[in-house]
Design a protein around this ligand. Sequence first.
Ligand code: IMP
Length: 200
Amino acid sequence: MRLLLATNNPHKAAELRAVLAPYFAEMCTLREAGIDLDVVEDGATFAENAMKKAVETFALAADFDAVLADDSGLCVDALGGAPGIYSARFSGVAHAVANNNAKLMEVMRDVPDGARGAHFVCYVVLLRRGLPPVCVEGICEGSILRAPRGTGGFGYDPYFFYPPLGKGFAELTADEKNEVSHRARAVRGLIAVLGAEGDG
Ligand code: IMP
């Protein structure tokens, strides 16, 4: 089955590919497929944004059997769930990772250690021809560090601590992150749904 990944984010694409490789023979990103599409993420939820990305991409994906879109972000308890769906543009500038992280540190400066809980969310939507959509949410719980740790990952990873492994996300190997991340959990949930369809 040929799967189009509705993203041009190389980090997301690598994580999706790693988890999906056993299940899809061929995967392309938008750029690899020669599709120039920048979906306006104006939904009110991760689910709405992911569905919008999936639908707009599917309309351009005649050469593919399926499209997988994800919308993801960081939700911080002490900030009432912010930045949430605005994670990519928390600082006001889209995809300005250093500015987003600087703003996170600034707004979290006075938040005490016991109140720094946060979680990553990833909502995935799979659209296929003639079949119902498959939508799954993955969540990964952790907390916000006071200073960056590690050099791996992307986005907010250097500031996200994952207690079960006693490490920050940017300190994990790619394989470790792909075991526990919100994206990996969502994709594994999706694979479970596809497996159940096959059994039914
Ligand atoms: P999206 O492209 O709208 O899904 O933007 C997601 C944003 O959330 C990214 O730009 C990152 O800032 C953040 N994000 C999502 N997943 C991760 C992750 O696995 N690690 C670190 N940051 C992430």
